[in-house]
Every structure is written in C-alpha cells, then in structure tokens.
Design a protein around this ligand. Structure first.
Ligand code: ZN
Ligand code: ZN
Length: 115
C-alpha cells in the first residue's frame, strides 16, 4: 500500500525533527552493553564512553540522581526564632547544634552577601 508507506515516512520525519528541536541533545551516543549499577537494567547506549572505573546508570536512575541532587534538602522541622530579626522559623535545612545563631533565610542571605 503506497499511501500507507508515504504516511509512515512522513510521520517518522516529523517526530525526529521534533526530537531535535525539543532538547537540542545531539551528542553522539556510544553503543554497547552495560548494566546499570543502581537497578541492574540493561544499557545499550550511553552519551559518553565509560572508563570502567565509575558506575554507569540507566537513563531513569541517572535522572533520579540528578533530581536528588537538585531537589530540596531534607528539612528539619522545629520552632526557632531568627537571631537577627526575630521572625519565627519552623524549618531549617540542618539540625542546629546550638553553637551558632539561627537565622531566617533572608537574614542568612543578608549576612552571607555582606561578607
Ligand atoms: Zn537504573
Ligand atoms: Zn531574620
């Protein structure tokens, strides 16, 4: 069926064009056979040549790790007061040890920028 054939080709062309525009990721992929160090999934291509020393991760685990790194840190819930402006603080990105004054985010940034 020639009509169907033409449709299929046109469809493929459109989708690959969209891919290229979508993320601009045109790095050449390295073909091979590896195993994800995290979940054990089979990996057939990587955006880099693994050196054998560092673990390789499948796309999902890699994205999960990136998200973990960028995601919000574990916050400690509590009831404190900013040592500078006195505002109530209900969560901190760390467990205060009492040796340092606790500052709200605004005061913390102010102090940091002043240094
Ligand atoms: Zn994985
Ligand atoms: Zn403050």
């Amino acid at each position: 069926m020639p009509a169907l054939y033409i449709q299929t080709v046109a469809g493929n062309k459109t989708s690959s064009q969209m891919d290229n525009q979508g993320n601009g990721d045109s790095r050449p992929m390295v073909q091979g056979n590896w195993t994800c160090s995290e979940c054990g999934a089979e990996i057939t291509e990587l955006p880099f040549e693994p050196d054998g020393e560092r673990p390789v991760f499948c796309r999902e685990c890699h994205q999960k790790k990136q998200a973990d790194r960028r995601g919000p840190r574990q916050m400690v819930q509590g009831d404190w007061e900013c040592a500078d402006c006195g505002v109530k603080i209900t969560q901190l990105p760390f467990e205060p040890d009492g040796s340092q004054p606790i500052l709200c985010k605004a005061c913390y940034l102010k102090q940091k920028n002043a240094q």
